[in-house]
Design a protein around this ligand. Structure first.
Ligand code: FAD
Ligand code: DHB
Length: 408
């Protein structure tokens, strides 16, 4: 397709053989929805295909920490209203270990902050904005195959209401998470993957209990890691390190609270507030990257190409950072015929991805119980935590990664 053709707005067209759009987006998670929103702001049409229902994606409890850069992106693109009203701005985190509690004053050290705002709220805001702008999101549309990615007109094949349908487009954005189909559409031998598995998982709990803390608590304990987070003045979000093959059924609410008390009530005079458990789930931990993040007309973003263990709170932020680059790259291509940003997308995105990979691995290694029988490792962890608690230089390194580095 010529640049002149590309500049012409195609619009979402429905023909005999299916729809046509400019960018076909697989997945309505933070990456896919944000990309569609950014493209719309540049006058570029897209269609988002999502295998699950709208209700499902709007209520899937996951991440909660937005870096300053993610908040800025959401606000700059008109999505800040509810975020600024309901999001909880935090200027520090607490490290709890060896019966001590230490605050890392992130904003004092970096001038930046994080905002606690549930991923499903970001997803709700994005869906509402896309639909209000007349955007097309097809829920319950399961993408089964991507064809013609090395041609000027790729085809996304999907199943909806028992029928096979197709979406033709100029480019495909694979934003379908770790278990999606997009990554698998790249021919064998093109991608290189880098992986690390961890011998533990997280049990996550959402509880109707007023948070007993103002800031997040990352706790290192002989029995394993625990994290105290929140969603609102009435809702707490808590995590426990558990075995990778842990059975959720083995964790009735009373056992969860008892274990949280053991791992978190290590500071004199401090106690948890308990309340009804609204939701609980187990998440495996892994580090994973595939390179490059692009093949021909397929651009991969978010969890589809990289996973981090959640300890550094980076996954959703990386997904948003990827599509911020991709939005600008498509705008340069459609608006000015520039190919350099699309060609450089993977290399540019991977710089941030690897910084976050290192930070997430480091936080995970410092805070979890790594092996049952390695007292030497446990001593190293305490030494690292104490260094982070007492050295301004080390704490600044933690803080600037946690709030998100503006340039990587
Ligand atoms: P996803 O959110 O996984 O979206 C992909 C979408 O694609 C899904 O809706 C899926 O249904 C859809 N899909 C899949 N296959 C198909 C198909 N074949 N056809 C059509 N659609 C398909 N990150 C942070 O930044 N901060 C945190 O504090 C944090 N905490 C976390 C805590 C937990 C317990 C977990 C599980 C994750 C956490 N994360 C955190 C990570 C964060 O949730 C993910 O990195 C984020 O969801 C990635 O967004 P995404 O859009 O790339 O992928
Ligand atoms: C939350 C999740 C994380 O992975 C993290 O590091 C901090 C907070 C949360 O869900 O609130």
């Amino acid at each position: 397709m010529s640049v002149a053709d590309a500049r012409r707005r195609i619009g979402v067209q429905k023909g005999r053989t299916g729809m046509r759009t400019q960018v076909g987006i697989v997945g309505a998670g933070p990456a896919g929805l944000m990309l569609s929103h950014l493209l719309h702001r540049h006058g570029i049409d897209s269609v988002v295909l999502e295998s699950r229902s709208r209700d499902h994606v709007e209520h899937r409890v996951r991440a909660g920490v937005l870096e300053q850069g993610s908040v800025d992106l959401l606000c700059r693109t008109g999505l800040g209203e509810r975020l600024l009203r309901e999001g909880l701005r935090h200027e520090g985190i607490e490290l709890r270990f060896a019966g001590e509690s230490h605050r890392v004053p992130m904003t004092e050290l970096t001038g930046r902050a994080i905002t606690v705002y549930g991923q499903q709220e970001v997803v709700k805001d994005l869906i509402a904005a896309r639909l209000a702008a007349g955007g097309t999101i097809l829920f319950d549309a399961d993408v089964v195959r991507l064809d013609g990615l090395d041609s000027p007109s790729p085809v996304v094949r999907y199943r909806r209401d028992g029928r096979e349908e197709e979406l033709r487009c100029d480019f495909v954005a694979g934003c379908d998470g770790f278990h999606g189909v997009s990554r698998g559409a790249v021919p064998e031998g093109v991608l290189t993957s880098y992986e690390r598995a961890y011998p533990f998982a997280w049990l996550g709990v959402l509880a109707a209990a007023a948070p007993a803390v103002d800031e997040l608590v990352y706790a290192h304990h002989d029995r394993g890691f625990a994290l105290y987070s929140m969603r609102s003045p009435e809702i707490s979000r808590l995590y426990l390190q558990v075995a990778p093959d842990e059975d959720l059924a083995a964790w009735p609410d009373a056992r969860i609270w008892a274990e949280l008390r053991v791992r978190l009530e290590t500071v004199p005079g401090w106690s948890l507030t308990e309340g009804p458990v609204l939701e609980k789930s187990i998440t495996p931990m892994r580090s994973f990257v595939v390179e490059p993040m692009q093949w021909e007309r397929l651009f991969l973003a978010g969890d589809a190409v990289h996973i981090v263990p959640p300890t550094g709170a980076k996954g959703m932020n990386l997904a948003l950072a990827d599509v911020a680059l991709l939005g600008d790259a498509f705008a340069a291509w459609y608006g000015h015929g520039r190919t350099d940003l699309l060609a450089g997308y993977s290399a540019t995105a991977l710089r941030r991805v690897w910084r976050a990979q290192h930070f997430s691995w480091w936080m995970t290694s410092m805070l979890h119980r790594l092996a049952h029988d390695d007292p030497y490792e446990a001593k190293l962890q305490t030494a690292t935590l104490r260094y982070a608690a007492t050295s301004r230089a080390y704490a600044t390194s933690l803080a600037e990664n946690y709030v998100g580095l503006p340039e990587v």
